[in-house]
Design a protein around this ligand. Structure first.
Ligand SMILES: CC(C)(COP(=O)(O)OP(=O)(O)OC[C@H]1O[C@@H](n2cnc3c(N)ncnc32)[C@H](O)[C@@H]1OP(=O)(O)O)[C@@H](O)C(=O)NCCC(=O)NCCS
Length: 107
């Protein structure tokens, strides 16, 4: 039998996060939109423009289709990266039961 990698408290907390994030997503992005769930660059290659190019590739397409885009971040340092690319913070909070910040952004 496989050993669980997460405790039941951790599993409950991650489901709690999913509910929290889904409620904010629904509230903040009520019309048709894309959902940018993850964008990541290998730490050795961060800060060299790759993330910006990846994001631009997606946003150029969304602009040509006149689509909006929603995302969340838990890292305040990422806000500038997204703001430079036209996203605005639409809701800011703290993940329940933690001291982790949560920012919802829309473009
Ligand atoms: C966020 C992430 C995707 C950005 O990719 P990157 O390749 O490092 O970013 P770029 O080199 O293209 O940077 C583009 C611009 O954003 C700025 N920027 C990027 N990350 C930043 C940060 N953490 N803090 C402040 N500015 C940042 C850069 O200074 C740059 O600005 P400039 O064009 O004026 O010089 C990357 O840092 C990453 O994978 N981080 C870890 C995972 C993560 O947090 N993903 C986002 C989940 S919401």
């Amino acid at each position: 039998m496989l050993e669980p990698k997460m405790s039941s408290a951790e599993i409950a907390r991650s489901f709690g996060y999913m509910d929290y994030a889904a409620t904010i997503h629904e509230r903040c992005a009520q019309s048709r939109h894309w959902y940018l769930q993850f964008i990541c660059v290998d730490p050795d290659y961060q800060g060299k423009g790759h993330g910006g190019r990846l994001l631009k590739f997606l946003l150029d397409r969304l602009d040509s289709e006149r689509e909006s885009c929603f995302l969340e971040t838990q890292n305040q340092e990422n806000l500038a990266f997204y703001q430079q690319n036209g996203f605005q913070v639409v809701e800011q909070g703290t993940i329940p039961g933690t001291d982790i910040g949560h920012w919802a952004m829309l473009r």
